[in-house]
Design a protein around this ligand. Structure first.
Ligand code: G3P
Length: 223
């Protein structure tokens, strides 16, 4: 399973990258706004060490505007994936981007049918937002096995990025369902490494190590 990091915080991305946890990065306007720095400056810095796809989102909502932004954003770095919202204008832009060799990530997907449309339009990636479905009383994860099955039925090459992940169980279930990618916020990644029995186990080994008597001087054997 590939891990993308869902943040625009360069330090957090670097830490996860150094631990071998970063196959790509997803950003969105809300994540970038939290950083209080310029959008392009952040993206260029991330691209200086992340070689996998970096999702950068358009803000236009019309086809022409999306295409203008997609071409511009795609020129910023070699590994851009242009995030485009799930609308008819967005899907038209996704189709055009595919024809022009621009990678895309269809964002704000909430149903298997939307996922099917994204694949049909030629999206490189498609992001179902499971946490936001949970927020409105649906079990967001329920749509993931269905999308995996639909893509497999027809051999679509579009990769599923499970997004809007809120806790480690989301990652676990996404992996069980066979999603290609989970885009994980840094705090969720930190929670995944933790287990109380690991901490207790380390403490016990260290305590027991101190009880081991010092090694006797090895005897010298004369000839
Ligand atoms: O990748 C999508 C993600 O950033 C949205 O997450 O927590 O705002 O629903 P959230």
């Amino acid at each position: 399973m590939k891990f993308f990091i869902d943040t625009a915080n360069v330090q957090a991305i670097r830490e996860a990258h150094d631990r071998g946890m970063v196959d790509g990065v997803t950003t969105n306007p809300s994540l970038v706004a939290k950083e209080g720095r310029g959008f392009k400056e952040i993206v260029l810095e991330i691209a200086s060490f992340v070689k996998g796809p970096i999702s950068i989102e358009v803000v236009a909502t019309d086809y022409e505007g999306m295409m203008r932004e997609a071409r511009d954003l795609n020129g910023w770095i070699d590994n851009a994936a242009i995030k485009i919202p799930m609308t008819w204008d967005g899907l038209k832009a996704v189709r055009k981007c595919a024809d022009e060799g621009i990678k895309t990530n269809v964002t704000l997907c909430f149903s298997p049918n939307q996922a099917l449309l994204a694949a049909k339009a030629g999206a490189t990636f498609m992001s179902p937002f499971i946490g936001r479905l949970d927020d409105v009383g649906h079990v967001g994860m329920d749509i993931i096995p269905d999308i995996v099955q639909i893509y497999s039925n027809y051999g679509y090459k579009t990769e599923i990025i499970v997004a809007s992940i809120r806790h480690p169980v989301h990652v676990y279930e996404a992996a069980l369902a066979g999603a290609h990618i989970a885009t994980i916020p840094p705090d969720v990644l930190d929670k995944m490494v933790k287990h109380p029995l690991t901490d207790v186990g380390i403490e016990k080994f260290l305590a027991d190590y101190k009880k081991i008597p010092p090694a006797a001087e090895p005897k010298k054997h004369g000839r």
